[in-house]
Design a protein around this ligand. Structure first.
Ligand code: URA
Length: 189
């Protein structure tokens, strides 16, 4: 039976089981046989990472052609103005491709439900930051960070909160839930 794990990846954890230097890996948190990440999050990104033992489902979730929508909470340096948002929606050139966001929602501040990062972000005193919710369906490497850097707003914190219709709900950093086969079918169609 297909197994799907919804994991809340903490900051400074690699999206892999195999060791790499002295970095913490998924092996510290997930003790399930034969599951592999469907997509990845950067070492310093947090939030929703799906893992499965089903190759077809893994491909459907992680392959860019699947166009699965992923939603990120992003804290950036500076205050993002309307014209920067327009540029991100229209598309910015990153290396050899055009990257665009499906939607960007400026937030009034850090969402109340979001946990504190340990350690906290490094922030210069007095320099303002702001929070955005960003929807993407492209999934290139480090895409959110590269897009925001391209419009002059380096990313300070990045948390994935949704992939397709899977969300973190109340799963805390370092914890996971295993979904049953019925739910997987419903969500992945
Ligand atoms: N975009 C990024 O820049 N980093 C991630 O970890 C995920 C999306």
């Amino acid at each position: 039976m297909t197994k799907l794990i919804v994991f809340n990846k903490p900051y400074h954890v690699l999206s892999q089981f195999s060791p790499e230097g002295d970095k913490t890996t998924l092996a510290k948190y997930i003790d399930e046989p034969e599951v592999y990440p469907a997509g990845r999050l950067d070492y310093d990104s947090e939030g929703l990472l799906l893992l499965t033992d089903d190759g077809v489902l893994q491909h459907r979730i992680s392959h860019p052609q699947g166009k699965m929508v992923k939603t990120y909470l992003v804290q950036v340096e500076g205050i993002v103005k309307k014209n920067a948002i327009q540029r991100l929606l229209k598309g910015v050139k990153i290396q050899d491709y055009m990257a665009s966001a499906l939607a960007i929602r400026p937030l009034a501040g850090k969402p109340g439900y979001l946990w504190k990062r340990v350690p906290p972000i490094r922030q210069r005193k007095k320099s303002p930051t702001c929070w955005l919710e960003v929807d993407l369906n492209q999934g290139k490497n480090r895409q959110v960070k590269r897009m925001l850097a391209a419009v002059g707003h380096p990313v300070l914190r990045l948390v994935r909160i949704q992939v397709g219709s899977w969300t973190l709900n109340d799963i805390k950093p370092g914890e996971y839930k295993i979904l049953d086969a019925k739910k997987i079918k419903k969500n992945s169609l």
